[in-house]
Design a protein around this ligand. Structure first.
Ligand code: AP5
Length: 216
């Protein structure tokens, strides 16, 4: 099974992708995570992407599509994927079609998380993660049980993404409206799009995704 999770920054794509991995073993292919790893490792791709990401703009289509192709090739036989943050433009949607076709794969679902953008700014600017294990937290919605200590691994270092400030988040949202939302009709024409209320509690969103998968 191969699923695209679509939605503006902070809609909950990464949160739900982790749950799909836990429940179904579907591999999360997040172009944002791949690019952040490249920036950290200071690879040629990372050096190109760093300033673009810091501004909230989109990295070139060719770079992200190459990353996705490589990650798909690393999957185990028959393992499905969740595309998180990809495709984000019409050329990326075309590239994904070609990448899947070359490998004899197909898309089963495109799930869009519908959200209120102003509420998302609070979600994003308040989030932070454990530097050791990556567990996500939020200043208002999900603090560690013991302040300063990760619930999952006991780590004491936490980090925030450099692009999680209000100005950059607004740019990322504008990019979504201008370049990503317009690709939905491509998939609607194929009858594989479902819309979910992404403002519902996290468990409710998960249940709605599970219902879509169960319906086939
Ligand atoms: P990327 O890393 O993909 O960021 P994004 O799309 O902006 O999405 P986020 O990771 O910010 O949000 P999310 O939807 O995963 O939400 P999350 O689950 O964390 O991209 C970053 C940058 O990389 C881009 O700006 C671009 O420069 C570049 N890039 C990446 N892919 C690219 C591509 N294909 N082409 C070109 N450039 C690309 O949730 C957010 C918070 O809300 C968390 O704290 C969570 O706990 C909480 N939360 C989640 N769901 C709920 C809920 N239902 N109720 C309450 N709280 C919730």
């Amino acid at each position: 099974m191969n699923i695209i999770l679509l939605g503006p920054p902070g809609a909950g794509k990464g949160t739900q992708a982790q749950r799909l991995f836990d429940r179904h073993g579907l591999r999360q292919l997040s172009t944002g995570d791949m690019l952040r790893a490249a920036v950290k490792a200071e690879t040629p791709v990372g050096l190109q992407a760093k300033a673009v990401m810091a501004a909230g703009e989109l990295v070139s289509d060719a770079i992200v599509s190459a990353l996705i192709g490589d990650e798909l090739d690393a999957l185990g036989p028959g393992q499905g994927a969740i595309f998180d943050g990809y495709p984000r433009t019409a050329p990326q949607a075309d590239a994904l079609d070609a990448i899947l076709a070359e490998r004899g794969l197909r898309l089963d679902h495109v799930i869009e998380l519908d959200v209120d953008e102003d509420a998302l700014v609070e979600r994003i600017t308040g989030r932070f993660t454990c530097a050791a294990c990556g567990k996500g937290y939020h200043d208002r919605f999900e603090q560690p049980v013991v302040a300063g200590t990760c619930d999952k691994c006991g780590g004491h270092d936490f980090k925030r993404r450099p692009d999680d400030n209000e100005l950059t988040v607004r740019t990322r949202m504008a990019e979504y409206r201008a370049k990503t939302a317009p690709i939905l009709p491509i998939y609607e024409a194929r009858g594989i799009v479902s819309h979910i209320d992404g403002m519902a509690p996290i468990d409710t969103v998960t249940a709605a995704i599970e219902a879509i998968i169960a319906a086939g």
